[in-house]
Design a protein around this ligand. Structure first.
Ligand code: SF4
Length: 60
């Protein structure tokens, strides 16, 4: 998965990748539990987000 497909979420410290037994992948926004303006499972790609905080070592 790349930033082109996910936007900011994949390089955000609030994101948690969820994989199902069937191999589907979802991106859970943990900040959504505290901020009702955010969706728990954001519609991707997220190109702009007030809650975005970059991870120290991005995967891409
Ligand atoms: S805070 Fe924004 S950029 Fe970060 S995981 Fe949630 S929706 Fe994605």
């Amino acid at each position: 998965m790349t930033t082109t497909k996910t936007g900011l979420c994949i390089i955000c410290r609030h994101m948690r990748k969820v994989e199902t037994e069937r191999g589907s992948v979802f991106f859970l926004c943990r900040l959504a539990a505290e901020d009702p303006r955010l969706g728990k499972y954001p519609r991707l790609p997220v190109l702009s987000c007030h809650g975005y905080q970059p991870v120290e070592n991005p995967p891409v």
